[in-house]
Design a protein around this ligand. Structure first.
Ligand code: UD2
Ligand code: MN
Length: 290
């Protein structure tokens, strides 16, 4: 199936795509480790899609309906890991993504199918052009910010130093170099700015597609989570603490528990206990050093 280029991205169409993908894959009884791959060729790269998740079922269906045909047309060999936070405590995206990375890394190693690229993908971000390749360059120091033109920002092209939010792709070496996402941002905001600093202080840089018609995404409308208490910190303080903390806060001190794993015909669902923030009496988040 050839690449199509620009894709219509309306909710009705996304719903139809999801139903078609369910139809096609619904019958596959999935053992444990499993990769979606083209029948007629063996792609060089193996891609892990890591989605931080809680209570966004509708967005997840839209994204599954979009990504499966999208990656199939790119002749990708891939798996989709939905890393779901258990309970209804304050959301911690960084911890979920770090946990998802470790899970996919260890599972793929165990089955001699190590992933070459890790795409950290918001559940509500629908890629609008299948020429936006979900394929990293092993050995490169360029981290791919795939979502560089988003409807939420009126499709303004993001450039130097701006957010790296939405959809970010690393090789394992690059991700290890940054020590992963910070574990200390509870609630909305911060972890992506922090990662922007980690990328730069570790000798890496951001690559964005220069053709903004290709890196277009529709972010599905939703209400926003409550602010991260750290957001009051000025950006400079955050940038400062980010580079100070990068070495000790992230993959190396991740402290989460995987409660269950379910391999389904469309994705892997990993339920995770991310722990809880320590709140001081003044209700200011006193970040646990753990
Ligand atoms: C922006 C960024 C996002 C992240 C966030 C700050 C873009 C396009 N997106 O997203 O990457 O940096 O700011 O944290 O710049 N989620 C759930 N359930 C929840 C809350 C969050 O599943 O209850 C997941 C989900 O994958 C979601 C992602 O976390 O897409 C980011 O949360 P958001 O979409 O609520 O935040 P938003 O749109 O401001
Ligand atoms: Mn969003």
């Amino acid at each position: 199936m050839p690449l199509v280029g620009a894709l219509k991205t309306d909710l009705e169409g996304l719903e139809v795509e999801y139903k078609a993908v369910q139809q096609e894959h619904g019958h596959i009884a999935v053992p444990s480790f499993y990769l979606f791959r083209p029948r007629y060729c063996k792609p060089e790269l193996k891609i892990a899609i890591i989605i931080p998740f809680r209570d966004r079922e509708e967005h997840l269906q839209y994204l599954l309906g979009r990504l499966h045909p999208f990656l199939k047309r790119q002749h990708a060999s891939f798996q989709i890991f939905v890393i779901e936070q258990s309970g209804n405590g304050t959301f911690n995206k960084g911890r979920l993504m770090n946990t998802g990375y470790y899970f996919a890394l260890n599972e793929s190693r165990k089955h001699n199918n190590s992933f070459d690229c890790y795409v950290f993908h918001d559940v509500d971000m629908m890629p609008e052009n299948d020429k936006n390749m979900y394929a990293c360059i092993p050995g490169s120091n360029l981290v791919d910010h795939l979502a560089c033109s988003v409807n939420k920002f009126n499709y303004h092209a993001l450039c130097c130093g701006m957010t790296v939010g939405g959809v970010l792709m690393f090789t394992p070496d690059q991700f290890d170099k940054t020590n992963g996402f910070s574990n200390r941002y509870w609630g909305w905001g911060g972890e992506d700015d922090d990662m922007n600093v980690r990328i730069r202080v570790n000798g890496l840089s951001i690559r964005r597609n220069s053709d903004h018609n290709i890196c277009r995404y529709t972010m599905i409308e939703h209400k926003r989570d409550s602010l991260n208490p750290y957001v009051e910190e000025t950006v400079n303080d955050r940038v400062k603490t980010a580079s100070d903390k990068a070495g000790v806060d992230g993959l190396t001190n991740l402290n989460t528990t995987i409660l269950s794993v379910q391999w389904t015909s469309l994705f892997v669902r990993v339920l995770v206990d991310v722990g809880t923030p320590h709140w001081s009496v003044a209700n200011v988040l006193v970040q646990p050093d753990t």
